[in-house]
Design a protein around this ligand. Structure first.
Ligand SMILES: [Zn+2]
Length: 946
C-alpha cells in the first residue's frame, strides 16, 4: 500500500498551540523594550492627528490591585486602538505623590515631623518613599503590556511639576477665585488636619443623644408670640412653670459652642404644659414632634396650651444651659421635622448649616477646640478635655443644672476619616478656599458640561448633581508632605500681598530648581522688601492633594511637548465624578475658563462573582500579579475587554478560567490560519481578487465587514463588542463554516494550485486583519501572531494601522446573501448528519451521502455549485432533487428543504477519505479516487466556488 501522506499539504507552523503566556510574555516584553517599541510607535505616528488620553495618577502607595489593572488596561486598549486608527496617541503615565497616606507611612518609620525628625528630612524621606512605590507599581503596569513613557512619567513631586502646581494656584488667585475664610471643615483630630470631601467615609458610630431645656430669659416676651387656646384651659391659659425651648443633639460636645437655636419660619410650634422632675414646666417644641419628644421624656400627661409659627419667635431670647450666654432664636431653612424637637441647637463652629445661618445673623465662631481636638484653656468647665471623651461630662453638667430632659445611646452613620478610620468633627478653622460663587466658577463649570461627552451617558447627571452640591473647595491642609500654599499674607489684616502674582512666579522658579523645600526654607526678606518682610508672613499650609492632581492639565498637559490641553479623554473609575473629574474641571475653569477634557469615560468597580467587594477578610481578592504570573497578562486583558465596564465588573478564579478558554479559541483560530499559510509567500503566491474562488472572496468580505464593526466598537470604547464579534467570527464564521470547508481543498489539491493559493490568499488577508483587531486587547498574542505571518513586515503589529487590503464582495455573482443561505443549508445538513451519527447509522460526514430535496429557488441556488456542493457540505456525495420527490427525507429548519442521509456504499479514498464510486478503478493508484489521482499525477483539480 502506497503512503500518500507526502502528497498532501498538511498544516505546519512554529506558532505554538499553547499560549504559555506567563513564561512567554516576559520574553516579549524584553524584546519590546530592547527594540524601544514605544519610541518606535511615536516615530511612525509623527505628524498624525493627536489623540490625548490624560492619565489620572494613581496614588504612589502600595501594590497595584485589580482596580488599577482594569483602569490601566482600558486606557491601554484606547491608546492602542487609536494608534491603529491612525492617530498619534502618546501615553504619559503619572503618579500622585504627596499627601497624608505617605506622610503616615513615613511617620511610622521616623516619627512625627518636627518632633522626632526635622521637616526637611521628613519631606526627603517622603520623596524617597514615594519614588520607591512608583518603581514597584511601574513594574507591574509594564508587565501587563501597557506601553507609555515609563522612563519619563509625570510625578506630582517632580520639581517642575511642584513649581507648576504653585503657578496654577497663582493663576487661580489672579483670576479672583481664591478666598480665605473661617469655615467648619471636616477635621481629623487624629491627623490634625482638614480633610477633603473625598477623604470622608461614613461608618456606624454610637453617640449620646440628649434633649436639653434652654430657659426663656424674658418669659412674658416669649409668650407674647403665642396664640392661646381658649377652650379647656380657662383661667390657666398662660400655664405655669418655667418656659423653655427644647433642643435635641447627638453631639453633646458641641454644647459649649452653642450660640443660637434655629427654628423653621413656617413650622408650627407648640407651648406644652407638663411636669418635669415634679415641677410644672412649659416647653416649646415643634408641634409635629411633640408626641415623639414626650415619649422620649416619659411624660404622658401634657397639654398644648398655645401655638405659634417659628417666624413669630425670631429674635426672642433664651439662656445657654450652663454658661452665662444669651441664646437668640433665629430662623433657618435647614430645620426639619424628621427627628429632634424642631428647635435646632446651633454652633457655627461645628456645622455647615450652623455656620451659614450664623453668618446671616452675624454670629461668628468661638474657636474652642485646638487642632488635636482639645478644649482650649479659656473654655469654662471643659478646658483640657478631649472632644472624643467630653460627652459624659457635658451630660453631667447639663443634668446638674437641671436642664436635661432625656438621654439615650443611638447608632447612626457618622463621617469618619478614610485613612485613620476615626470619627471626624466639623471645626471652623482659617482655611483657603476656591470659591464656587465669587467669580461664578460654579455656573461656568455647570455650563461647560455641555461641551463634554460622557461615556456612559448617565455620567453627566452624576457629575452635575455632585457639582451643583459642591461647596467652596477648601484647598489648605496643615501638613508637611504637600505643595505649599506659597502666599504671603499681612500679619494684621490677613490680606494677600499686592504683588502676589509676581511673587508666586519667583517662588515657582526657585521650586523648579530645589523642589518645594525652597518655599519652606525661604525667609520673607528673601523676596520682599525689608519693610514688607516685617508686615507679611508666609502661609505654611500645604495644598490638598486633590489640587495637585486636579491641575495636571496645567502642570503636565500644558507642559509636556507631546501632550496638549484640553485632553481628548479622561478615563477613571466612576467614583471620580466626585474626585478627579471635579477637581480637574474646577481648576480648568478657574485657570483657563474651559474644561480640561472633551470626554469622560468611567468604568465600574471590581467585585467577586457574588457581587461583593474584594477584601482580605472575605478571601475573594484577585491580585493582578497572581493572574499575570499564572495565566498571563493577555488573559487579564481579555477579561477586561469581555466585561461590561459600565457596571460593576465581576471577577473570580472561575471567571478567569473561562476567559482562558475563550482565549484558546482565539489562539487556535490564529494557529489554524498560520499553519495553513505554510509555504505561502504573499509576494509571489497571492491570487488576484477576481481570480479567487467565490467562497474565499466571501471570507475576505466577511472579514472586511467585521473590521468595520471592530473599528466602530473601538471608536465607541465598546470593547465587549469587539470581544464578542471577534469571538463569534472565530467560532461561527471560521470554525463553524469556512475553515471546516476549506480543509479538504487545502490538504488535497496541488500545493501551488489556484484552488489552494486562493484560499491561502484569503487566510493571509484575514490573519493580517485579525492580528490588528486583537492587538489592543491581547497585545502579546497579537504580536506573537504578527511574527508568524509570512511576508515582509514591521517589527510589531503595534506599529501598524488597520489592514487596508480587505475587499468587498459587492457585485459578485454569488454574493453575501448567497453564501449566507448556503451557510444555513449547511447547518441544516450538519444537523441531519449529526442525528444519523447519533443513531449509529454511520460515523463522520465523509461516510455519508446526502440528497437535498429543495424548492425551486433553493434548487437553482445550490445547483450553481455543481459537484462542489459536496465539498461545501463535507460529504462524499451530495445530490439535489426537487422537493416534490422527497419521500422519507427529514424536515429541516430551512423552508423548502428536506434532507435524506445514507451511508455510502463506496470505498474510502486513502488520500482524501471521500467515499467515491471510482476508488479502485484506476490502475495506477488503486486506493485513490479520481480527483486525487488528478492531484497526484495530473494537472490538478480545478475548483470554481469552494
Ligand atoms: Zn481522494
Amino acid at each position: 500500500m502506497t503512503d500518500y501522506k507526502h502528497t498532501l499539504n498538511l498544516p505546519e507552523t512554529d506558532f505554538p498551540m499553547r499560549g504559555n503566556l506567563a513564561k512567554r510574555e516576559p520574553d516579549m516584553l524584553k524584546r519590546w523594550y530592547d527594540e524601544e517599541l514605544y519610541e518606535e510607535i511615536r516615530k511612525v505616528s509623527e505628524g498624525r492627528d493627536k489623540f490625548i488620553l490624560h492619565d489620572g495618577p494613581p496614588y504612589a502607595n502600595g501594590d497595584i490591585h485589580i482596580g488599577h489593572a482594569v483602569n490601566k488596561i482600558i486606557k491601554d486598549m484606547i491608546i492602542k486602538s487609536k494608534t491603529l486608527s491612525g492617530f498619534d496617541a502618546p501615553y504619559v503615565p503619572g503618579w500622585d505623590c504627596h499627601g497624608l497616606p505617605i506622610e503616615h507611612k513615613v511617620e511610622g518609620m521616623l516619627g512625627k515631623a518636627g518632633d522626632k525628625v526635622d521637616f526637611k528630612t521628613f519631606r526627603a524621606k517622603c520623596r524617597q518613599y514615594a519614588a520607591k512605590q512608583v518603581d514597584g507599581q511601574r513594574e507591574d503596569f509594564k508587565r501587563m503590556g501597557i506601553l507609555g513613557t515609563w522612563d519619563k512619567p509625570y510625578l506630582t513631586m517632580d520639581f517642575q511639576t511642584e513649581a507648576d502646581i504653585i503657578r496654577a494656584l497663582g493663576k487661580i488667585t489672579d483670576n479672583g477665585h481664591l478666598v480665605k475664610g473661617y469655615k467648619p471643615v471636616y477635621w481629623s483630630v487624629v491627623g490634625g488636619s482638614a480633610l477633603a470631601e473625598a477623604e470622608v467615609e461614613y461608618q456606624e458610630k454610637t453617640s449620646t443623644q440628649i434633649d436639653v431645656r434652654y430657659a426663656a430669659l424674658d418669659e412674658a416676651d416669649l409668650l407674647s408670640a403665642f396664640d392661646y387656646e381658649t377652650d379647656g384651659c380657662e383661667g390657666k391659659e398662660r400655664g405655669e412653670g418655667e418656659v423653655a425651648a427644647v433642643i435635641w443633639t447627638t453631639t453633646p460636645w458641641t454644647l459649649p459652642s452653642s450660640q443660637a437655636i434655629t427654628l423653621g419660619a413656617d413650622l408650627g410650634y407648640a407651648l406644652i404644659q407638663c411636669e418635669v422632675n415634679g415641677q410644672p414646666a412649659r416647653l416649646i417644641l415643634g408641634e409635629q414632634l411633640v408626641e415623639s419628644a414626650m415619649q422620649r421624656y416619659g411624660i404622658e400627661d401634657y397639654t398644648i396650651i398655645a401655638r405659634t409659627l417659628g417666624a413669630r419667635l425670631e429674635g426672642k431670647r433664651v439662656a445657654h444651659p450652663f454658661y452665662n450666654r444669651e441664646i437668640p432664636l433665629i430662623l433657618g431653612d435647614h430645620v426639619t421635622t424628621d427627628a429632634g424637637t424642631g428647635c435646632v441647637h446651633t454652633a457655627p463652629d461645628h456645622g455647615v448649616d450652623d455656620f451659614n445661618v450664623g453668618k446671616k445673623y452675624d454670629i461668628g465662631t468661638l474657636n474652642y477646640l485646638d487642632d488635636a481636638g482639645i478644649f482650649r484653656s479659656n473654655v469654662e468647665l471643659f478646658a483640657g478635655e478631649h472632644v472624643y471623651k467630653v460627652d459624659p461630662k457635658v451630660v453631667d453638667v447639663v443634668t446638674e443644672k437641671g436642664r436635661l430632659l432625656a438621654q439615650a445611646k443611638m447608632v447612626h452613620s457618622y463621617p469618619h476619616c478614610w485613612r485613620t478610620k476615626t470619627p471626624l468633627i466639623f471645626r471652623a478653622t482659617p482655611q483657603w478656599f476656591i470659591s464656587m460663587e465669587k467669580e461664578g466658577l460654579l455656573s461656568t463649570a455647570m455650563k461647560s458640561l455641555d461641551t463634554v461627552k460622557f461615556t456612559p451617558d448617565w455620567g453627566r447627571n452624576r457629575m452635575e448633581s455632585m457639582l451643583s452640591q459642591s461647596p467652596d473647595w477648601c484647598i489648605s491642609r496643615q501638613r508637611t508632605w504637600g505643595v505649599p500654599i506659597a502666599l504671603f499674607i499681612h500679619k494684621e489684616t490677613e490680606e494677600l500681598h499686592p504683588e502676589t502674582s509676581a511673587l508666586i512666579e519667583q517662588v515657582a522658579l526657585r521650586v523648579e530648581q530645589e523642589g518645594m523645600d525652597a518655599w519652606f526654607d525661604l525667609q520673607p526678606a528673601d523676596l520682599l522688601s525689608a519693610e514688607d518682610a516685617e508686615h507679611y508672613v508666609k502661609v505654611t499650609d500645604t495644598l490638598d492633594v486633590w489640587f495637585d492632581s486636579g491641575v495636571t492639565h496645567y502642570s503636565v498637559l500644558d507642559r509636556r511637548e507631546e501632550l496638549r490641553s484640553p485632553a481628548d479623554i479622561y478615563v477613571e473609575g466612576s467614583d471620580q465624578h466626585r474626585g478627579w473629574f471635579q477637581s480637574s474641571l474646577k481648576t480648568g475653569i478657574a485657570t483657563k475658563g474651559i474644561p480640561p477634557y472633551k470626554q469622560l469615560l468611567t468604568h465600574g468597580f471590581t467585585v467577586d462573582a457574588n457581587g461583593r467587594k474584594m477584601s482580605k477578610s472575605l478571601g475573594n481578592v484577585i491580585a493582578p500579579q497572581k493572574v499575570f504570573k499564572s495565566l498571563g497578562a493577555d488573559i487579564l486583558r481579555l477579561w477586561v475587554s469581555a466585561t461590561d465596564y459600565t457596571a460593576e465588573m465581576t471577577v473570580s478564579d472561575e471567571i478567569l478560567k473561562r476567559t482562558a478558554d475563550s482565549y484558546r479559541r482565539i489562539r487556535n483560530t490564529a494557529r489554524f490560519l498560520l499553519s495553513n499559510l505554510n509555504g505561502f509567500n504573499p509576494e509571489t503566491d497571492s491570487v488576484a481578487w477576481e481570480d479567487m474562488l467565490s467562497l474565499d472572496r466571501w471570507a475576505v468580505d466577511r472579514a472586511m465587514r467585521l473590521q468595520e464593526e471592530v473599528i466602530e466598537s473601538y471608536d465607541s470604547y465598546n470593547f465587549l463588542n469587539v470581544y464578542q464579534k471577534v469571538h463569534n467570527f472565530c467560532s461561527l464564521d471560521l470554525g463553524g463554516f469556512y475553515l471546516d470547508i476549506i480543509k479538504d481543498r487545502q490538504y488535497t489539491t496541488q500545493s501551488d494550485s489556484l484552488a489552494r493559493r486562493s484560499c491561502q490568499t484569503a487566510m493571509f488577508h484575514i490573519i493580517e486583519a485579525f492580528a490588528r483587531w486583537i492587538a489592543p486587547v491581547t497585545s502579546f498574542t497579537a504580536d506573537e501572531i504578527w511574527q508568524a505571518i509570512p511576508g515582509q513586515r514591521s517589527k510589531s503589529v503595534l506599529l501598524e494601522t488597520w489592514y487596508e487590503d480587505l475587499k468587498s464582495l459587492e457585485g459578485d455573482e454569488l454574493g453575501r446573501e448567497y453564501w449566507n443561505s448556503v451557510m444555513t443549508v449547511k447547518h441544516a445538513v450538519n444537523k441531519a448528519l449529526e442525528d444519523a451519527r447519533k443513531e449509529s447509522v454511520m460515523g463522520g460526514g465523509l461516510e455519508a451521502e446526502v440528497t437535498l430535496f429543495a424548492n425551486d429557488e433553493l434548487l437553482e441556488a445550490l445547483g450553481k455549485l455543481g459537484d462542489e456542493l459536496r465539498f461545501v457540505l463535507i460529504t462524499s456525495q451530495a445530490e439535489l432533487k426537487p422537493l416534490s420527490e422527497a419521500t422519507d427525507a427529514v424536515d429541516t429548519d430551512v423552508e423548502g428543504l428536506k434532507v435524506s442521509v445514507r451511508k455510502s456504499a463506496h470505498e474510502k479514498c486513502d488520500r482524501c477519505w471521500h467515499r467515491r464510486e471510482d476508488v479502485g478503478t484506476i490502475e495506477t493508484h488503486t486506493t485513490l479516487c479520481g480527483r486525487c489521482v488528478e492531484n497526484v499525477d495530473g494537472k490538478g483539480e480545478i475548483r470554481q466556488f469552494a
